[in-house]
Write a protein that binds this ligand. Structure first.
Ligand code: P53
Length: 477
């Protein structure tokens, strides 16, 4: 048998992409609420266009999302029917601290997640909780400039204190920051960073990253103090970066691009700033302001496991002509001529998952957890809401096979696997509903029309079988 007996099969979501109920239960506004669908989205999520509130011209899909705030019981029951052992979800920071800098938490928000976790417990589903999945209360964005301010460490620490104590015994797996490296690629969506004219963007991003890294280490410390059973992971938007050719310059470009992302995990897992990053920052005139105890905190409170998302590998090149043909995405990558792609141009590379797992395991020698993987595709339901999504089954089967190879043939220690968007939800990159990942179809479109009713796709029963056989039977009959 490839996978451990207690392998954590499941699915993953994020608060802002599924809950809706943006102004209910005393919840405050967050950066993730004010990112619209449409042509302005990219400039807003990258911090180039200021959008600090809703306006009339845009549609903001997170306001309602798939209304999980009201329907979580029905949704968790469906997850349980598939046999989920775990469910990855995130806490909406502004549900617990509506403004972010209050001294006391909002009881209604705390109670909401308590109910959700108890619902999971009812079915023996282990919650895997992302403390922040891109969200930051808007008040902290406006008053403090979000993570560029060191004050955010204190507010995040307060949040951690509250949730670790309140959910002790209900939750034991925690992730500190979703895709922490996203701060470099989508700084407003990832960390609430907006840039004014004349801002030193790189300096601000790395200073903010330092604050997040220290906050992550402090969270790890508190989690362990509150309950020694707690396991804390970092979370990387992963995907091995290949050189476009064997030209040494291309190989070097791919290594450098890998390091740009590994940098965060190097700090969180090994406990110190890697030499290459210190040199690179010095060369670029980036100077991180630190408190005397920061380095000690980073050193002493490293993560217990490494979690990551994997959708695709990427390609680096020094050839500008090749780069020009790149499909537009949050991550820059040249097109890999050996791979097919999704309808959104994300290239499909199951072996890349095995390569990525080996890279991460070799580098950190800590257990891995794949917390996002899946295919965003257009689904066409029949009149009963049934979708014959063989393309999704194929994608997942190939990736699960690759991860099985990494475990069985390469000896990688893997704790679990949660597919992204196990129920259809709003896309983070594009804000679309029609980019669907789920085993469960949700009747809602890009413009916000639809009944929000849930229905099972073909992949629902397929995944149920995969879980029941602990990954032994991946066939689609
Ligand atoms: P969507 C880009 C590249 C890799 C991961 O993405 C990414 C993104 C953002 O688009 O984000 C993660 O929804 C993220 C999820 C997100 C998921 O990938 O653009 O953690 O919130 O939904 C898929 O298709």
């Amino acid at each position: 048998m490839a996978f451990r007996k207690d392998f954590l099969w499941g699915g993953a979501t994020a608060a802002n992409q599924c809950e809706g109920g943006y102004a209910e239960g005393g919840r405050g506004l967050a950066n993730v609420d004010v990112v619209p669908i449409g042509k302005d989205r990219f400039s807003v999520i990258t911090g180039k266009q200021k959008m600090f509130d809703f306006d009339e011209e845009h549609f903001y899909p997170a306001k309602t999302a798939i209304d999980m705030y009201h329907r979580y019981k029905e949704d968790i029951a469906l997850f349980a029917e598939m046999g989920f052992k775990t469910y990855r979800l995130s806490i909406g920071w502004s549900r617990i601290f509506p403004k972010g800098d209050e001294k006391e938490p909002n009881e209604e928000g705390l109670k909401f997640y308590e109910d959700v976790f108890k619902e999971c417990q009812k079915y023996g589903i282990e919650p895997l909780v992302t403390i922040t999945h891109f969200d930051c209360p808007m008040h902290l964005v406006k008053e403090y400039g979000a993570w560029r301010s060191r004050k955010l460490i204190e507010f995040y620490e307060r949040l951690c204190h509250v949730i670790f104590n309140r959910y002790k015994g209900l939750v034991k797996y925690w992730l500190t920051f979703n895709e922490i490296n996203m701060i470099l690629h989508a700084p407003f969506m990832g960390a609430g960073l907006y840039f004014e004219e004349g801002d030193d963007v790189e300096q601000i991003k790395y200073q903010a990253a330092h604050h997040e890294l220290v906050a992550s280490a402090i969270a790890t410390k508190i989690a362990h103090e509150v309950d020694p059973e707690n396991k804390v992971g970092c979370m990387l938007a992963a995907g091995a970066i290949y050189p476009y050719t064997c030209k040494p310059e291309d190989v070097w470009a791919s290594r450098k691009a890998d390091r740009e992302n590994y940098f965060f995990i190097d700090v969180q897992s090994r406990g110190s700033y890697p030499a290459y990053a210190l040199k690179e920052m010095a060369r670029n005139g980036i100077k991180i302001e630190m408190e005397p105890t920061d380095l000690e905190i980073l050193k002493e409170h490293t993560v217990d496991f490494i979690s990551f998302s994997y959708y695709s590998s990427r390609v680096a090149t020094t050839d500008s002509k090749v780069l020009e043909q790149t499909a537009g995405n949050i991550f820059e990558s040249a097109k890999n001529p050996y791979l097919s792609a999704s309808e959104w141009g994300w290239q499909i590379d199951p072996l890349g998952l095995r390569i990525t797992m080996n890279d991460l395991y070799d580098r950190y020698q800590k257990p891995l957890f794949i917390v996002e993987n899946g295919l965003g595709a257009i689904d066409t339901p029949d009149e009963n809401g049934y979708v014959e999504d063989d393309y999704r089954i194929d994608y997942l089967a190939q990736h699960i096979q690759a991860m099985k190879d990494a475990v069985e043939l390469d000896g990688v220690d893997l704790l679990g696997y949660t597919t992204w968007g196990c129920i259809d939800l709003v896309s983070a990159g594009t804000g679309e509903m029609k980019k669907r990942y789920g085993f469960i179809y949700v009747d809602r479109d890009n413009e916000g029309n639809g009944t929000l009713e849930r229905s099972k796709k073909k992949s629902f029963n397929w995944y149920k079988k995969v879980i029941a056989t602990n990954g032994e039977d991946l066939s689609n009959e």
